[in-house]
Design a protein around this ligand. Structure first.
Ligand code: FA5
Length: 344
């Protein structure tokens, strides 16, 4: 039994009996607070999840949601049983009875991760930049050294708001157009991160969704090297995951807008490298791509590539959340099941 389950255990034993003995709706509300409210069993167990070993997190998460369901079910059953007695004379509406209260919501897990990453990068001296989700061909492709006939376009098929070149308008396929918009509007040096929603014409599977989020990073200055890129990524991965057993892997890759380019992957927390459904049997989960800004990109935005160097990377936010919390299905982020969302 892990720490989160230990916290839940007494609650699990006590809840059904205590709720069944409640004599009024006010008493039921008090019990709801005790089991599910701030500082209650579920909240404390959820808090303990982040200190668990990654493989234990999914089990603990499930235990918390099962506990919440158990309490909710017991409360509903008891409320239904009490109903006939609550009105004056044994029926009708009891205007003196306590209300059910409004349950407090909270930020979606992806938004939480996004804000946390923004904080990490602000701490490193970056500022947050934004760009539109409906993007023109120039910013999404062309200025990023992806001309119309380039094969890289077929890897990022998307939804087209307006067809036809060169005025084609698309739902952006990545956050990289924000690099272009930032450089067009500012003189170097530049240190920005740009989180946001992105779209691709892709089939839904455990790790891929047609709508997802990325965070882009761009640093442009004099004398920036590959060592700065790797050092920055390592710093943020360590801060974010705080997990000694997690391994990172850089592999040479290709992106038209960076040269050289690399892919960053972290070891699969579900199978620890032996291969499973979530990592497509590879033992690694790809977080994103990175590299040194290609001189052609600097030329496209009017910077002198002899004077300025830079690095950039773009990572998937859902993937980061999946690795951190042991979530094995990307669909759970957007199918709106409150039992999933309430755990984080
Ligand atoms: C890119 O999108 C590049 N723009 C990244 C980049 C930026 C490279 C700056 C160099 C410099 P890629 O297509 O590999 O690269 O996507 C990056 C990450 O986004 C993936 O590793 C993954 O974490 C996430 N991602 C991509 N497609 C999906 C999808 N369909 N569903 C969920 N996450 C996705």
């Amino acid at each position: 039994m892990n720490r989160a389950e230990e916290i839940l255990e007494p609650g699990r034993a006590a809840a059904p009996g205590a709720i069944a003995r409640a004599a009024s709706t006010a008493e039921l509300e008090e019990l709801r607070r005790q089991f599910l409210g701030k500082g209650g069993y579920a909240a404390r167990a959820t808090e303990a999840i982040k200190d668990l070993e990654p493989p234990e997190r999914a089990t603990a998460g499930r235990a918390v949601s099962e506990f919440k369901e158990l309490v909710e079910r017991s409360l509903e059953d008891r409320a239904a049983a009490l109903e006939p007695e609550s009105g004056a004379g044994g029926g009708g509406l009891d205007l003196t009875g306590g209300g059910h209260g409004v349950r407090r919501g909270h930020l979606h897990l992806v938004t939480q991760i996004q804000r946390e990453l923004e904080d990490i990068f602000i701490g490193l001296g970056y500022r947050v930049a934004e760009g539109p989700e409906v993007e023109d061909d120039w910013h999404n492709f062309e200025a990023l050294n992806i001309p119309p006939a380039h094969p890289a376009r077929s890897m990022q098929d998307t939804l087209y708001v307006r067809l036809g070149e060169p005025e084609q308008v698309v739902l952006r396929t990545h956050t990289s157009p924000v690099q272009i918009r930032t450089m067009e509007a500012n003189e170097p040096p530049i240190y920005v991160v740009a989180p946001g929603r992105t779209y691709r014409n892709e089939t839904l599977d455990a790790r891929h969704s047609p709508v997802f989020h990325q965070i882009e990073c761009l640093a442009v200055d004099r004398g920036i090297t590959l060592a700065d890129l790797f050092g920055t990524i390592e710093t943020f991965v360590k801060q974010l995951f705080d997990d000694e057993s997690l391994r990172t892997r850089f592999r040479s890759d290709f992106f038209p807008y960076t040269e050289p380019s690399a892919e960053l992957a972290v070891s699969c927390i579900f199978c620890h490298g032996s291969g499973c459904r979530v990592c497509s049997q590879s033992g690694w989960i790809e977080l994103g791509g990175c590299g040194m800004v290609d001189p052609n990109v600097f030329v496209a935005v009017g910077y002198d590539p002899e004077e300025w160097q830079g690095f950039a990377f773009g990572f998937g936010l859902e993937r980061i959340a999946m690795i951190r919390y042991g979530i094995d299905e990307i669909r759970t982020f957007f199918d709106g099941d409150i039992r999933f969302l309430a755990q984080y």
